[in-house]
Design a protein around this ligand. Sequence first.
Ligand SMILES: Cc1ncc(COP(=O)(O)O)c(C=O)c1O
Length: 383
Amino acid sequence: MNVIAREAEHLLPVYAQMDLEPIRAEGPWIHTADGRKILDFYGGHAVAALGYGHPRLVETLNRQAQLLMFQSNAVALEVRARAAQRLAEFAPAGLTHAFFVNSGAEANENALRMACKATGRARVVALEHGFHGRTAAAAAVTWGAEKWYGFPQRPFEVVFVSREDPDALRTAVDERTAAVILEPVQGVAGAYDVPLEVLKAARAACDAAGAWLISDEVQSGMGRSGYAFAIERAGVTPDILTMAKSLGGGFPVGALITRPEIAATQQVGDLGTTFGGGPLACAIVETVIDVIEREQLVQRVARLSQRIRETCIVGPVTAIQGAGFLLGLRTSRPARDINRELLARDIMAGGSADPHIVRLLPPYILDDSHVVQLATALKEIAA
Ligand SMILES: Cc1ncc(COP(=O)(O)O)c(C=O)c1O
């Protein structure tokens, strides 16, 4: 029986799965049960920022597991203090206080809760085509969630506006608005880079209305955009920035980070989590940031992203959008077919909500030879 059938015996059948079985991985390479070696341009949904088996991450996990595997937020931990300090230093200037959680949706859920509570308002403005997660509040601001939302009602009123039109934002945000939430580069939508004027308009509209700007960088953050965080491209500082995925390099961890003035309003009991901020996750966060900085991976992402843009508009690829290692290859034929043909050439890429976008979310540790391999494979595929 193959592994897909084995899973189906005792797991809910909620995922469309690729026809391969990874058994181990190192660097950007995934080895499968049938002996294939696949170059990973998908990073497990943008998670494997440092590739697989990075010696520093493995060493950190081993060391921290032996030292102290878990303690909750009921006690202060040196490793948690260090992780928060590193994150504050890595984050845009002015964002100084973090709250650790376990996933991207949980980070957004808490950011939205904080905004509604602090402003006393019950309306959130979100961008069309945005994705923010599957929990009650995060899914409420996710475009198209009607299809799968599931809950009888949303926790607040949601207004969706065009992702292209700064004026639409200016009009939508008023004294009833608690927050604007947006992804500066929309991931699930197909690596769509929201125009900088829209990001600037969001900041200005929030300032004018006394609303909060929440930058969801669960996918675009932690260096993936070729900047530490994608919103920095617009010179805009959000009130809250959320992150997950690459933050843990494969270990489940999410976080939000905010301004000191907001942090000062938070009181004991306002937020909480059992696992968030555990010592394993915090040790990993500290190491991920340390590796990104020491190995100059943000610069590497920016340079190799440019190489992809220069060399990969070939074969079925007609244009490239996105930023850094969150790229969308626009394809003349359905992306699903291109991905199948890439996989036949031992390259894994991803899809998106746009049926003509192949999404690339590779590990930051790629080198030029991997980009050549991608370009060569694309050239072989019919336009
Ligand atoms: C931009 C964005 N926000 C939030 C989420 C939800 O994150 P998680 O699946 O960790 O809850 C995702 C996941 O793809 C995402 O891309």
